[in-house]
Design a protein around this ligand. Structure first.
Ligand SMILES: Nc1ncnc2c1ncn2[C@@H]1O[C@H](COP(=O)(O)OP(=O)(O)O)[C@@H](O)[C@H]1O
Ligand SMILES: [Mg+2]
Length: 326
């Protein structure tokens, strides 16, 4: 990865098997396990985004990596069939460089990150952006016929960072790792988590209407905690408008809402563990909305509650609860 991390504006971008010549024009920070570059195609067709992932060492991880190019295209096609707008056309390339296996995905540049826009936009513009994310991705994803196990066939990661907007059009840009089912198992991360609880939470967050809706709401509040009531109205409204009454009822019974509706914070927090980490995060958002914790504390809780392949230790859960109930 180092060779790609060090690229600067003006440097040529080389990847074996990539026919076109590119010149780097910028580095996009915030890529998650990938390096994201903005580049111009020499003598060609506009600005593209280059996303580079590297296979982990070890046979099992290397095996999982091998099918990923095809899965990226499958995932894009699934999203397109549902009507979710993604940058197009994309290309994928896989190759070994100095004994290390890399995957490159290229896509046309489709505008600024919605996350960035939300940070500074006036209230009404923020709400407009959220409504567009709902229309572009949330509604099409929720309109799928569910699998026999009750999960969504095509999953999604509804965070504003995964959306871009040029003045006119919003796109859902993140195809990595593809959120699909393979031989009855979900593809969630690269490498795939092994721990049952982590997998359960991954399915909840990416492949269930309840989890996708709650994770989306929480991510909006993370960026603009003061607009929580408006975000709640938007997400509730989307579920209601789609006739998803059971899911709406569930969202409205979440710990944060119980507290919001006058419940006792200590009693509400007490039974929550790692399995309810999104519930705990939502309480943090509600407390930030009410001004009971600071924006800094809220962000700290999000960082502390981030997990990848192992469940959060109970000490971390306790520590989060201490900040929530002070
Ligand atoms: N096609 C694109 N056009 C413009 N910006 C993009 C595009 N694809 C990705 N980005 C930017 O790069 C960031 C990371 O891309 P993403 O596909 O979400 O990668 P990751 O797997 O690292 O999350 C996004 O937040 C977005 O700002
Ligand atoms: Mg992303």
């Amino acid at each position: 990865m180092e060779r790609y991390k060090e690229l600067k504006s003006g440097d040529p971008f080389v990847f074996p098997g990539l026919e076109k010549q590119f010149t780097v024009v910028g580095y996009i920070p915030g890529g998650f396990n990938r390096i994201i570059l903005k580049a111009n195609c020499n003598g060609g067709t506009g600005t593209r985004i280059l996303k580079i992932a590297q296979a982990h060492e070890g046979d099992a991880d290397a095996d999982q990596f091998k099918g990923k190019c095809g899965q990226i295209h499958d995932y894009q096609q699934s999203l397109q069939r549902l009507g979710v707008l993604t940058p197009s056309p994309i290309t994928t390339h896989e190759n070994v460089i100095d004994g290390k296996r890399f995957l490159l995905e290229t896509s046309p540049f489709t505008g600024q990150s919605v996350h960035e826009m939300m940070l500074t936009a006036p209230r009404n513009d923020v709400l407009e952006l959220c409504q567009q994310m709902i229309d572009v991705a949330l509604k099409p994803i929720f309109s799928q016929n569910l699998r026999a196990d009750g999960n969504l066939p095509c999953g999604v990661d509804m965070i504003p960072r995964n959306f871009t907007k040029d003045p006119g059009v919003m796109h859902y840009v993140d195809l990595w790792p593809p959120k699909l089912w393979l031989d009855g198992e979900p593809t969630l991360e690269y490498p795939e988590p092994m721990d049952t609880k982590v997998i359960q939470l991954g399915i909840f967050r990416h492949f269930t209407i309840k989890g996708v809706a709650q994770a989306f709401l929480v991510q909006l509040c993370r960026i603009r905690p003061e607009l929580r009531r408006e975000f709640q109205r938007l997400v509730d409204g989307a579920l209601k408008g789609m006739g998803l009454h059971e899911e709406l009822g569930w969202l409205q019974q979440q710990p944060a809402r119980q507290f919001q509706n006058g419940g006792d914070l200590k009693q509400i927090i007490e039974p929550l563990g790692y399995e309810q980490i999104y519930g705990l995060r939502e309480i943090a958002c509600e407390l930030a909305f009410q001004g009971q914790i600071s924006a800094g504390q809220l962000e700290r809780i999000f960082k502390d509650s981030h997990f990848q392949d192992t469940p959060l230790p109970s000490a971390t859960i306790l520590q989060i609860k201490e900040v929530l109930f002070h």
